[in-house]
Design a protein around this ligand. Sequence first.
Ligand SMILES: Cc1ncc(COP(=O)(O)O)c(C=O)c1O
Length: 391
Amino acid sequence: MNSSPLLAINGGHPVTQSPVIIHKPHLDDTDFEYVQTALKSTFVSGDGPECRIFEQKLAQYLGVKHALFVNSATSALELAFRVKNFPKDSEVIVPNFTYTSSALGALYNDLNIKLVDVNPENGSLDVEKLEQAINPKTVAIVAVDYGGIPAEMNQIMGLANKHGLYVVHDTAQSIGSDYYGKKTGTQGHVSTFSFHGTKNLTTGEGGAVVTNDDQIAERIKILREKGTDKYSFLTDNQTRGYYEYVDIGMSYVQSNVLGALGIPQLAKLDKLNARRKQIAEYYLSELAGIKGLDFLKITEGSAHNWHLFGILVPAEHKYWILDALRAEGIMSNVHYTPLHRNKYYQNLGTDADFPGSMHFFNRLLRLPIYPSLTDDEMQNVVEAVKKIFKK
Ligand SMILES: Cc1ncc(COP(=O)(O)O)c(C=O)c1O
């Protein structure tokens, strides 16, 4: 093994003295102007005119009938199940490698979770194991686009149709990704986006429920607004501001100020995603061929929004590589701990039940990727990885 240059973790000089952080939202003057205008209008409460404009533009961008802005993807997932009134104790299939919110929507609605293993090459629901997990109690599948890579939705929808199941597509990370020429968010019965500060499009906190189903959309408008039929308040001249309490509900609407932020964020999304793609292509070409380093498999027929850039490294050295990258000034990070390894989900299986998930988790590290990452910074990332892998 080549012993020079000395790694920073062993006392050598780091690749950079200015740490390259793992993610950063892109916020510019247009965003500030839209927010300021909304604030000055004094319409700061939920579901205001800017929220409605953002929803219309989002629906148009995605190519769906309804996009409903809510305060998080977690709320969106809760609503996606609340609308269905599935019998208690029904079972919902959730991939084992995901964020807790993918399961919370069903759990809040008194449904049981059945965890299913993922593909060790990209963390996506393993469709073969999915079919084996379907049983008479199964009512729904949650499909997750890990890191922005679309799940295998054709196969998942095929199985769902065969068995009469409802599909909630957790597209929290995949805004702007395509699947066979259509945006993610158009494949499942309901899709749920996140606009959290880490996402490709941000409203600080926020999310959207997206669907082509008119009935689901109408009920969600009520459920997100405390069970009232207030949606018509802004649009219906007949009711003159009168509205009723027609259902049980929650307060999941978003402030008009955040709706205003969504509009310029959406307008520049494709441009920002193009910059992410440039960075990803640079990493892919510069890091190709390094022994022991693999890239995540991109689902057939899809175009990735490069929300995350993952690398798969030798499991036995993962945490050392993470520390070594950080010592070089590159704030790499791990990601989700498989659900069954968390206290709340510990009764849902063991490592042996999820070999794909464990393999993926044990090898996965993330490299910085975001539109404002400079050329110098991305070169530093590559230099640090090569230095550590002695390439
Ligand atoms: C796959 C997935 N689903 C849901 C969520 C929850 O998103 P939010 O923070 O908007 O509730 C996240 C959060 O990052 C996520 O990664």
